[in-house]
Ligand binder design. Structure first.
Ligand SMILES: Nc1ncnc2c1ncn2[C@@H]1O[C@H](COP(=O)(O)OP(=O)(O)OP(=O)(O)O)[C@@H](O)[C@H]1O
Length: 260
């Protein structure tokens, strides 16, 4: 699926990035590299600049200074947006009362490639089914999305991102509103996608939930305070320095089924 970049190459390369809203600096000299195959958790307190950083990466905001490269290309010259899937908070991304089946919602992920109101080919239809299967929702294919649980709905949005064969998926707080049992399964599914070679950047407040699944963590609070592997992240002194108080991580080694 993801063959163009070698394993040690950067999917995202952020160099000396500063972003200001007016005169207020909310991102200050950020340097962050996300390697191909990484599953990076980006954490930080409210207002620390996480969404702003994502918007800069996605080309929705222009940095005040610094550079962002996506797949080795400057973000302002980057055109292969098909390579990047984006899954936002469920509540912000979709009106779940919308009368559409799981199959229809996932098909929408192909509109960028196929065009709106064009017919899907047999291969496209197979692709949609494959994506739904990958997120474990085959039996819900014909069900209305509004009838699914929060965790299942988020899986639908992942499948919608997967149909265009992205090499990187960026997730902004995808577990907000998802019950605790479904969250574990949701992370396990993300790990599976990562093992298939998809690079993942997960923005979350759920520090304890994600720690067992991601393979690297970045801590943002206007500055990048830490970027490294989960083992180092779990050392309390790093977290203390970051949050200004002692933080205890809950690390769950079991996976709980149910709740979906
Ligand atoms: N459009 C805007 N205009 C001015 N200031 C903004 C704007 N959007 C965000 N901010 C401010 O920039 C700072 C960073 O916001 P941002 O939304 O990036 O943080 P965040 O880490 O994603 O927060 P949260 O976890 O609460 O979603 C905050 O102080 C916020 O108030």
């Amino acid at each position: 699926m993801c063959s163009e970049l070698k394993n040690n190459e950067n999917v995202i390369d952020i160099q000396s990035l500063t972003f200001k809203y007016g005169t207020r600096t909310v991102l200050d000299n950020i340097n962050l590299q996300v390697k191909k195959g990484a599953f990076l958790g980006l954490v930080g307190p409210n207002g620390s600049g996480k969404s702003t950083l994502l918007k800069c990466i996605l080309g929705l905001l222009q940095p005040s200074s610094g550079n962002i490269k996506l797949f080795g290309k400057s973000s302002h010259k980057f055109k292969d947006w098909d390579k990047i899937g984006f899954v936002s908070q469920k509540a912000n991304s979709f009106n779940t009362g919308f009368p559409a089946t799981v199959y229809e919602v996932v098909s929408m992920g192909l509109f960028g490639k196929v065009g709106l109101f064009r017919f899907l080919t047999k291969q496209h239809k197979e692709k949609v089914k494959e994506a739904i299967e990958l997120v474990g929702l085959s039996e819900y294919m014909k069900q209305n999305i509004g009838e699914l649980s929060g965790g299942q709905q988020q899986r639908v949005f992942i499948a919608r991102a997967l149909v265009s064969d992205p090499e990187l998926i960026i997730l902004d707080e995808p577990t907000v509103g998802v019950d605790i049992h479904s969250v574990n399964n949701f992370y396990a599914m993300l790990s599976q996608l990562n093992q298939m070679g998809i690079t993942l950047l997960l923005v979350t407040h759920d520090v304890s939930g994600m720690t067992n699944h991601v393979n690297a963590v970045a801590c943002l609070n206007r500055h990048l305070h830490f970027h490294g592997n989960t083992k180092d992240f779990q050392e309390n002194h790093k977290l203390s320095a970051f949050h200004g108080q002692e933080v205890h991580l809950l690390v769950h080694n079991h996976s709980t089924r149910g709740g979906e």
